[in-house]
Design a binder for this molecule. Structure first.
Ligand code: MG
Length: 367
């Protein structure tokens, strides 16, 4: 089987809540997502999706996804999409770095591999483990009482894991964490995610001020070294996210015992092939994971579901269903949340069918 054509589509994903706000005053109201389509000479077609969290979160941006695909795609025509190892090596040889550009292509090729094998991607990745996976809800940064009210509302929808967007003014963040903690019920899990937003002295104040609360601290500061310093001054369970962007950074962090949980964002690592490698290593090392992406709609959520559902349950700290945050459904067959959980499709491949009437004409086409 050979890749015969690669196309990319641009789609806007507005948010039910109107906007999503996190550290440093960053905010997005409409996500710019890219759907990747990989066609083959045997008629099988696969899809992937890449949606950066705006241009100022990770070193990635929406137009860069499409520009990168236009750069890379001519080298991939004629390659076997089911040979994921050689394909990923070729992508790295033709475009150094820019992992997020490769993610959508890699996911689409897993979709093709699953269809060719007649198996869901979840099975090819080693699953399924259990019937479904626990989800977290990200609580956009607002006033403390508003965030506490959001937690109560999302619990009523079935969520029991809440990731608070902090990383702002430390006094307000301390109030946010206390206000939400007062809302928690037995079995709930609280994560305070600063998204790199605190300086070390601010992070140190926050962890002291919430010392008696049952809360995870996620990526308090910008650099790995700063995070490690905070980690060594607190006994809160500790999550690294932005600092772990490759197997190399994961190995270093594990050698330093720098975290208890790692956030696996599929596009940050470069697709399901790389994410699976990091996932398997985390399992071997005893590190739990949040399995997710930077953002996305139905196709990104489907890829998350397959990776999460193929991860042994004890290591699945949580996962996310981004398609429930946005007002537009870009594919049929995507996972739908039920009681705070979701399951990977049991159809071959990713199990999604993009709504091309909504996606319109491709913005990148090779050839
Ligand atoms: Mg995070």
């Amino acid at each position: 089987m050979k890749i015969s054509r690669i196309a990319a589509y641009r789609v806007d994903l507005p948010l039910h809540e109107g906007s999503y706000n996190w550290s440093g005053g960053k905010s997005v109201s409409v996500f710019d997502s890219t759907v990747v389509r990989v066609e083959t000479d045997e008629g099988l077609v696969g899809h992937g999706e890449v949606c950066p969290l705006g241009p100022a979160y990770l070193p990635s941006y929406a137009a860069g996804v499409r520009t990168g695909i236009a750069e890379l795609a001519p080298h991939l025509i004629g390659q076997d999409p089911t040979a994921l190892g050689p394909l990923n090596r070729l992508m790295e040889a033709r475009l150094k770095g820019h992992s997020y550009v490769k993610s959508g292509i890699d996911i689409a090729c897993w979709d093709i591999l699953g269809q060719a094998a007649g198996l869901p991607v979840c099975t090819l990745l080693g699953g399924p483990h259990g019937d479904s996976v626990d989800l977290y809800r990200a609580i956009s940064q607002e006033a403390p009482d508003r965030m506490a009210a959001k937690v109560a509302g999302y619990r009523a929808e079935g969520y029991h894991r809440f990731q608070l967007k902090v990383g702002g003014d430390p006094d307000t963040d301390i109030a946010r964490i206390h206000a939400v903690a007062a809302e928690l019920k037995p079995g709930d899990v609280l994560i305070a995610d600063a998204n790199t937003g605190w300086l070390p002295h601010q992070a140190m104040r926050v962890v002291r001020a919430v010392r008696n609360l049952d809360v995870y601290i996620e990526q308090p500061c910008l650099s790995y070294e700063e995070c490690l310093t905070i980690r060594r001054h607190t006994d809160h369970p500790f999550v690294l996210d932005e600092s772990v962007d490759s197997i190399h950074t994961l190995l270093r962090a594990q050698a330093d015992q720098a975290m208890d949980v790692v956030n696996i964002k599929i596009s940050k690592l470069g697709g399901l092939t790389a994410a699976r490698q990091v996932r398997d290593l985390c399992v071997a090392m005893g590190v739990a994971m949040t399995i997710e992406d930077s953002w996305g709609g139905d196709i990104a959520t489907a890829a998350i579901a397959h990776l999460a559902h193929s991860t042994p349950a004890p290591f699945r700290f949580t996962a996310t269903d981004f398609n429930s945050y946005v007002t537009v459904s870009i594919a049929e067959g995507a996972p739908r949340r039920e009681n705070g959980r979701m399951a990977a499709s049991t159809a071959p491949g990713l199990g999604v069918r993009p709504r091309f009437e909504l996606l319109g004409e491709p913005v990148v086409e090779v050839p």
